[in-house]
Design a protein around this ligand. Structure first.
Ligand SMILES: [Zn+2]
Length: 242
């Protein structure tokens, strides 16, 4: 039931493309429908979905949860199955706080070049682990690196998962300044709103290579975004859109 959102969303995402990139993600930016359908964002200006990738991270996810709780905001966490398995209590805390959890693969493999068996294992293991730990169904999947090919998106959909991309991202994983991260994301969010789109915002609370990666700037940026928009915009989890 998300087709209208998808096709419309791809146009806006393609337009933003390289402006948000400058990193490995840019090579995989959703510029073409041939890679398959994915949820990006609807035409609902004023709605913001904060999404956090690569966790859970025992060093920084708890701080992020405190920030979100202080402002009574819910977000979506795309977790690695391997990290979730190592931090089950943290997964349960995230769900208990009202946040949505999603599948970000088991090991952050580049699924665009994975074998069909590896692709399926990465998705199945992660879904089963998350559902077993959290006791809730997992419906949303964000491919690592945004890597897409028809087989990746199709396999996810056959498992009942909704593939998700984004339309607001900056290189928060390598930027030492929370102020700079927040400023660039605000620029993207405000531009999307002028164009009539909701914002699907990516930040990273974890890392595919370091279970306890330093994510202070990303957490600080999330706090700034929430403070800036909470009185004028509506923060939603992705199940509000698909
Ligand atoms: Zn990732």
């Amino acid at each position: 039931m998300y087709s209208p959102i998808i096709y419309a969303g791809l146009g806006a995402a393609a337009g933003l493309g390289l402006a948000a990139g400058g990193c490995a993600y840019a090579a995989y930016w959703p510029g073409s429908r041939i890679f398959g359908r994915a949820l990006i964002a609807p035409r609902r200006p004023g709605e913001l979905a904060l999404t956090f990738d690569d966790g859970p991270n025992p060093a920084f996810t708890p701080r992020l949860l405190d920030v979100l709780a202080d402002h009574d905001v819910r977000a979506t966490f795309f977790m690695l199955g391997s990290h979730a398995e190592a931090e089950p209590e943290l997964v349960r805390r995230i769900v208990a706080a009202g946040h949505l959890i999603g599948n970000h693969s088991w090991s952050h493999a580049n699924l665009a070049v994975a074998s069909p068996k590896r692709l399926r294992d990465e998705l199945v293991w992660t879904n089963e682990t998350l559902e077993q730990i959290a006791g809730v169904p997992v419906r949303f999947f964000r491919p690592p690196f945004g890597a897409r090919r028809p087989g990746v998106m199709g396999a996810a959909r056959r498992m009942g998962l909704v593939p998700v991309l984004w339309n607001a991202m900056t290189s928060d994983w390598s930027d030492p300044s929370g102020d700079a991260i927040a400023k660039r994301l605000m620029h993207s969010i405000d531009r999307l709103e002028r164009w009539g789109w909701a914002a699907n915002i990516v930040l990273h609370d974890g890392s595919d290579v370091d279970q306890s990666a330093f994510r202070g700037p990303s957490v600080a940026a999330a706090g700034q975004l929430v403070a800036r928009y909470k009185d004028t915009h509506r923060f939603v989890t992705l199940d509000a859109w698909g």
